[in-house]
Design a protein around this ligand. Structure first.
Ligand code: AMP
Ligand code: ZN
Ligand code: FE
Ligand code: FE
Length: 296
């Protein structure tokens, strides 16, 4: 069996999905609902990886116990790269590590002002939208992102799915796009390692990104302590998987697979891509042990 597959195709191997979002960032389900959905979908091991925050960990922990799901606590850090961002998954970091927490807080603060500026630009161009409507879509304490602008446009009847907002207004190359503070990718790898966590580059070759990420950056991230590449992901086709496989063999990186589930916010389904048990073992072994994999 390949490291990726459909949930439930081989009951002898656990279904391991290492990248999902809750309403603590831009997923549409609370952490407890996310864990319930994972159990229903037949996922045995789930990682919660909200953007730039660990605020969902406690609720996810209680729900994982309740539903008998093994929980990997993680984050997805947005990192500055050219005029857009690349995403770094950080598994099992110490949630009390000050430098990491300070960096995440700085990014979240900057995300709020950035959304307000995007809304100003859109409203000035006649798109029916106010910042208050956007704020109403962000759960208390959650990391605000562009999907919340899309949600406000769904709520006021302008569009029906987040996809439409991204196609027309929210893309990285849109005139309304405003960036936010984010750490450099190499520094983010160092921070996750310093916090005892395990950095894995999320969907490195996403096709929708303007301009391909260069291998030289991945080499520098590897030198800083990168452990893996998320090869099996909806945004990758066979060519991207082959590229990740070649790089991983050359640099000594593991390959992961995940859904990047966002509830109803994205079409990605839980367990649609999965990670091999041996790779999860390697991730666990590479962590400091400050944050453990929680088994029911
Ligand atoms: P931001 O964090 O504000 O830069 O927004 C990026 C987020 O938007 C990512 O987490 C993506 O999952 C989400 N996103 C990007 N494209 C789409 C899309 N077409 N439909 C729904 N969500 C999307
Ligand atoms: Zn997201
Ligand atoms: Fe991502
Ligand atoms: Fe994600």
């Amino acid at each position: 069996m390949t490291p990726t597959g459909t949930a439930g195709t081989d009951r002898a191997r656990p279904v391991i999905d290492l990248h999902t979002h809750s309403s603590v960032s831009d997923g549409t389900e609370t952490p407890a609902e996310l864990l319930a959905a994972a159990a229903t979908a037949g996922v045995d091991v789930l990682a919660i990886t909200d953007h730039d925050t660990v605020a969902g960990w406690d609720e996810a922990t209680a729900a994982a116990r309740e539903h008998g799901v093994t929980l990997v606590r993680g984050i997805e850090i947005s990192c500055a790269w050219r005029y857009t961002s690349i995403h770094l998954l950080g598994y099992l970091p110490d949630p009390g590590h000050r430098p990491l927490l300070e960096e995440l807080a700085r990014a979240r603060d900057s995300r709020a002002t950035r959304l307000e500026r995007m809304v100003e630009r859109m409203a000035a161009d006649g798109i029916p939208l106010t910042y208050e409507e956007v704020l109403a879509q962000v759960s208390a304490g959650a990391t605000p992102g562009r999907p919340h602008i899309a949600d406000a446009l769904i709520a006021n009847g302008t569009i029906e799915h987040r996809d439409q907002a991204f196609r027309e207004w929210l893309g990285d190359d849109s005139p309304y796009y405003v960036g936010h503070y984010a750490p450099d990718a190499v520094r983010a790898v160092e921070l996750v390692r310093a916090a005892g966590g395990v950095p894995v580059l999320a969907h490195p070759f996403t096709r929708t990104r303007s301009g391909a990420l260069d291998d030289a950056l991945i080499v520098r991230m590897r030198e800083a302590g990168l452990v893996g590449l998320e090869a099996y992901h909806r945004d990758h086709g066979p060519e991207e998987v082959a590229h990740a496989t070649e790089l991983a063999a050359r640099l000594g990186l593991v390959l992961t697979g995940s859904s990047d589930y966002h509830g109803t916010g994205k079409r990605n389904r839980l367990g649609e891509n999965t990670t091999a048990p041996e790779v999860l073992d390697a991730i666990e072994a590479a962590s400091s042990g400050a944050t453990e994999v929680l088994r029911p």
